[in-house]
Structure formats: C-alpha cells, structure tokens
Write a protein that binds this ligand. Structure first.
Ligand SMILES: O[C@H]1[C@H](O)[C@@H](O)[C@H](O)[C@@H](O)[C@H]1O
Ligand SMILES: [Fe+2]
Ligand SMILES: [Fe+2]
Length: 310
C-alpha cells in the first residue's frame, strides 16, 4: 500500500515541477526572441550588405518616363497645391475596403517614377514584407513593409495624375534643396523665387520638428493618416510610412535643421526600413497566393476593423 500512496504524490509533484519549468522556459524563449528582434532592428541588415547599390536609383541614366514624371511633379507641387490637396483629403470621402482588397486594387498601377521596378504594386509590397520577415524583424515592421505603398490608391480617388501620388517627397514652403533628384526642374515651380517660400527656412523655423513641415502631397502622407487613425501600429511604423519617400532627408541628410528630438529616433527607424523597400526590388517575384494566409493574419493583428476607410 505504501508505495502506491507515495507514488501519486511524487509523480504529481514531478508533473508540477516540470510544468513550472516549462513555463519558465517559455518565458525565457519569448524574452530571447524579443531581444534578438530588437538587436536585429538596430543592426545593419545582412540583406542590405548583399546588394550592389549602384544598381538602384540611377536617375541620370533613367528613361524619359521617369525624367518627365519628376519635371511635372517638381513644377506642380507648390504650397497652394498642397493646401488644396490636404483640404480635399479631409472633406472628401473615398472608399471602404479591407487591406487585402486595397492591395489587389492597386495592382493595376505601374509607378512612372520608379526606375528600379516594373513589377506590380502587390509584388513590390510582398517583396518588402518578405525581406523584413527573412531578417527576423518584428511583426509590426513586416506589416509596415506590406502596406507602406498602399497610399498609391490615391491615384484612383481624385488625384490629378501620378505626380501627386508617387515619387520622392520634399518640403514645400521653403527653398528646394539641391539634394532632391533633378533639382533644376524646380525652376518652373511657382514657389521657386517666392519672397518667403524661396528662402532657406521659408515659413518654418529651425528645430520646429518634421511634424510641422508640409511635405509634398502623395502616397506617404495620405497613408500615414489612415494608418494612424485605424491601426495599432507603433510610432516607428508611422514614421516609416510617412517619410519613406523623403530621400533628400533620410538618405542625403538635407533639411536636418528642422528636426526635433523625436525626429532623431524616427530617422533611425526610417533608415532601418529603407533597404527593404529599395533593395528588395531585385528579389524573386513572390507568390501572392502562397503568402496570403500569413499576411491576412498579420493584418488582423494590427487593424482592429477589417474594413478600412480610405
Ligand atoms: O519611385 C519611387 C516610388 O514611387 C516609391 O513608392 C517611393 O516611395 C519612392 O520614394 C520613389 O522613389
Ligand atoms: Fe513608396
Ligand atoms: Fe515602396
């Protein structure tokens, strides 16, 4: 009798002890995972190092389609146009659809400003997200890669062309910096020689913060507002979206005088994101159907409402 009385006692305890231990192991693994991801966020990605950067953004050698696009954009993105675009955005309603439906809708747009890819937008979005995922970056950043260009939907909702949707961005209301691509094409912009908009600081003051700078209207600013209001994505993700086309700032270090303290942290995030946007353009074409289930789940994690107001 004695052994059978003791046996359950010990086996129970063993069971308990093992359970406790496995809880601890789980907790340690979660922590380890988190640390790995944090570390990866701050390290230069392997992905970045593998690429021959001289293959990308070669605007001098770009075709006429790209050159004409930027001439038109640089001539038309004025303060007056930007105020009007923001007003239209606030007071006009567009469409309601899920993130995935938006990706599919965008698929017919071929970006005229892009010298590096002629792939469809859904493929570019998946390439960016997959590159981020392969490098073990956090899930919120993978999702940011997946959606970062969805603002190009604007093209279907009242844009005047592609010039107010795609392409690099730059501040309006102060002098156009020489580090913007094709800087001479700003000569035809009505603000170029303006008494205030044509001066170094224009309508701004040094240190005013990027939040207070009016960036040329397009897919970044538009999507930023949608995502800020309708997702639980962190500040870094919002900055990646809002500034990913602001190459003169994040890649050429122009307009640094306007930054505030918060912007320095955000710049780091935007710079960490950029290689996945740019250099993934030479990766293999992803299979939309294979990847769809993984990304549908990821979308649900950060967008509480399935249907988004665009
Ligand atoms: O041509 C590209 C494209 O339009 C991207 O979506 C934008 O983010 C880049 O800044 C631009 O260079
Ligand atoms: Fe973009
Ligand atoms: Fe992109």
């Amino acid at each position: 009798m004695a052994p059978s009385a003791i046996e359950p006692f010990y086996s129970d305890r063993d069971g308990l002890a093992l359970e406790d231990l496995s809880d601890d192991i789980d907790a340690v693994n979660v922590l380890k995972d988190q640390l790995k991801k944090e570390k990866a966020m701050h390290e230069k990605s392997e992905f970045d190092a593998e690429k021959d950067k001289t293959q990308f953004r070669q605007y001098e050698e770009a075709c006429d389609r790209v050159k004409n696009f930027y001439r038109e954009q640089h001539e038309k993105q004025s303060v007056a146009y930007n105020l009007k675009a923001r007003n239209d955005f606030k007071f006009k309603s567009r469409a309601s659809m899920t993130i995935w439906e938006a990706m599919e809708k965008l698929n017919t747009l071929i970006d005229e400003s892009d010298p590096d890819t002629s792939l469809s937008q859904i493929e570019h979005l998946l390439q960016s997200a997959e590159a981020i995922r392969r490098d073990g970056k956090p899930r919120w950043m993978q999702l940011t890669g997946l959606i970062h260009d969805l603002g190009k939907l604007l093209f279907f909702y009242g844009a005047e062309g592609q010039w107010d949707v795609v392409g690099d961005t730059f501040p309006v209301g102060c002098a156009f910096d020489k580090r913007i691509i094709y800087p001479d094409t700003f000569n035809g912009n009505p603000d170029h020689d303006h008494d205030i908009y044509g001066t170094k600081y224009g309508i701004y003051t040094p240190g005013c913060g990027m939040d207070n700078i009016m960036l040329s209207w397009g897919h970044d600013e538009y999507l930023y507002h949608i995502v800020k209001d309708q997702s639980t994505l962190p500040a870094e993700a919002l900055a990646m979206i809002r500034y990913h086309s602001f190459y003169p700032w994040h890649s050429a270090s122009a307009y640094m005088e306007f930054m505030d303290e918060h912007d320095h942290k955000m710049l780091e995030a935007v710079r960490a994101f950029n290689p996945y946007d740019l250099y993934s353009k030479s990766d293999d074409v992803p299979s939309v159907e294979v990847l769809k289930p993984y990304y549908l789940e990821l979308i649900d994690e950060f967008f509480p409402n399935k249907v988004i107001k665009w």
